[in-house]
Design a protein around this ligand. Sequence first.
Ligand code: PEP
Ligand code: MN
Length: 332
Amino acid sequence: MVIHTIRGIDQQNLDALQDALKAVSYPREDYHILVTPSGLKTVPDQWKKFVSEAFVCDSDIQLASTQYRAKKRLIDLGDGLAFGKAGLTLMMAGPCSVESEEQIEQTAQLLLKLGIRILRAGSFKPRTSPYNFQGLGLEGLKLLARMREKYGFRIITEVRDASQVEEVIEYADIIQIGSKSMFDHGILQKCSKTSKPVMLKRGFGATVQEFVQMSEFMLSGGNENIILCERGIRTFETKSRFTLDLCGVAYLKKYTNLPIVLDPSHAMGHAYGVPDLAKACLAMGVDGLLIEVHPNPEVALSDASQQLDHAAFTSLYRELSAMSNALNIKLI
Ligand code: PEP
Ligand code: MN
């Protein structure tokens, strides 16, 4: 159950209420939001005087649930860029990894030409082999920040472990938690204590319930700016790298209040399928798309097989723009 306390509740009564209901809580302006285990369905009589509103939720998807808040949460990045706004889909594009100034500058020029405002690239890469490129680290974050200063992009980049959260907060506009880190409580805890938007990618072996529950760790810690990203799950199928779970996305759209991003690049794992998937994703009506694009995918230092080259991305973006007009969606 999600509980809004009365305004101006004093610390002693708050502590007592929280203890009695076994709740976690975070402060708002002059009241607190408490979340109890979802098994609790009514506020015991003796505590009602401290409660202004209570919302019963079926499962531990609570703060993210439409049973708590029917309206989608809005995450405003300024300049007309917002996640969670009806009829608006934000494109996030860029290479898998920042590799050099030249590479990221070339990407910036492509995005500028197309009018795309959110640049993505990883600098702390959680690789599946210790012997491959691990990312440029802080140097890469600085290169991304330079693109933001020069061209006004919003930057989304990944945090690989809890010790980097502050650095990423400093240089990025959106923190990305990768699929392999979805259950990393150190990262989740740190990200709950900032108001910087966080995009949580679904673990490739996680159910939708587990996925949203991990977002609840950040929401219940006080960060209300959480975005969910479906990027494919592991199934018995091996022809694609993962399987994009659009059924799961339909569930998230209906039952949660969080903005949703779809990432066809990591799901497919092969560039040839990304354009078709991206169109299906746009047609579903989501808050954002994440697509990997590289000036020369063949020599990319990570995810080489799935990144689109500039020509393929340009023609995809033009097709998506035409589709978005027909669908009455604004794509930027
Ligand atoms: C990425 O976005 O480059 C990435 C590593 O994604 P994922 O965590 O979904 O594998
Ligand atoms: Mn990648």
